[in-house]
Design a protein around this ligand. Sequence first.
Ligand code: CO
Length: 497
Amino acid sequence: VSYRDLTAHMRRISSLSHVSAIVGWDEAVMMPTGGGEARAQAMSTLDGQIHAMATDPRVGDWLQAAKREPLTPEQQANLREIERGYRRATALPQDLVEAISSAQLRCQQAWRSQRADNDWAGHEPLLEEVFRLKREEASALSERFGIARYDALMDSFEPGMQSARVDVLFSALEQTLPSLIEQVIARQARETLYKPQGPFETAAQRDLGMRLMASIGFDFEHGRLDTSHHPFCGGVPDDVRITTRYNEHDFTESLMGVLHETGHAKYEQHLPSDFRDQPVGMARSMGVHESQSLFQEMQICRGRPFMEFATPMVREAFATHAVAQPLAFTPENLTRLYTRVERGFIRVDADEVTYPLHVALRYRVEKAVIEGQAEVADIPELWHEHMQRALALSTAGNFKDGCMQDVHWPSGAVGYFPSYTLGALIAAQLFEAVHTALPELNAQIARGEFEPLNAWLDTRVWSKGSLLSTDALIESATGHALGTDAFLRHVKRRYLA
Ligand code: CO
């Protein structure tokens, strides 16, 4: 009876969260600027309602009673996830929650212009306030759950992950990647690249993106592609909203962005329908979510077999360009364009080989600040030192391409960055496992047959939702514990073989 009351309550929370997700999508995609203030008010009321329901004391009572009821393993997993959410939602005093949310809002709003102006001096006090409160949050959660302070923040994105493990994984990457990057760049310097010359009509780019989305398994009965300033995957599993932005001079960026978000979307669309409105039916973690987008983008779509399949469609979409620039529109050239490795300042523009170093740097810095080994004032110097070591680049005085480039810290998402690289590691392990399971995979991809691949992912990852822990999910899907070996083998295979 209590389990039933609990799930009914979760269903109501899920309904409000559904509305919140669609309204959030609308704000980013459809809303005229004049609607901003009223929308912010409406969304904050809705989020307040959701928070009140999530922290309702009856949830605690139902949880205790439900534990004594006979439940299936799936129901027990759901109970575990509900309890996890309830414990986190009720762990912090309300005044701290409100202080954090207003500090983040102020810092994030100021960041938009401060970043453009390279204004670290103006930004520093606002960011200091965010980190001061995040330290408080980390201490409170750490005491409540008996885990390290940084781990307590990371836990909301990556349940159960510990920084001791992240340290080991990231150290291996930091030690190995710089020399691999050197070799890859030397090797790629000898390649001839043909950059397709535009302009490329937005409508043609959009049609091509949707055609490829449908080919790889995006369900347009349960989702849409639209345009927004920052690409994202939003909505709900039955109605997934992905977005992109178009550059008339370069179609390649948006196209790969769409395929990345499609990876997120396919995961959402195939989460277990029996638990649609329950916590156990949701994505396992941000790292697992990112593993699905990176699997799609990096492992599949940037590979040569996929380019064999996609190039004829690209040529059709931009027929006059393809006729005029035959060397640019070949599978070989497009694969080269899509696997170019470069040392750059900007994380979001980074290739898959340098990306983990961008992430490791942010992880080292935010962890040091949360643990009190560094202050916000030290961040630019730390950033510069790490960039010198990792990618031989100087960010001295260059804050906007350095420590001010990401929205994460201003918006309070401290502890999030590791998920990107954990996702890349998981994706590489899945790729090796699926190749063993489906020896014909490369030929299938080149022919545009994605059903066997999607079925394999569905069985091992998508349909599991949050039934298993992240570690159990990775081990059961790939046969191995989370590590860096598969990723490093992938880099050597793709870039140095
Ligand atoms: Co992503």
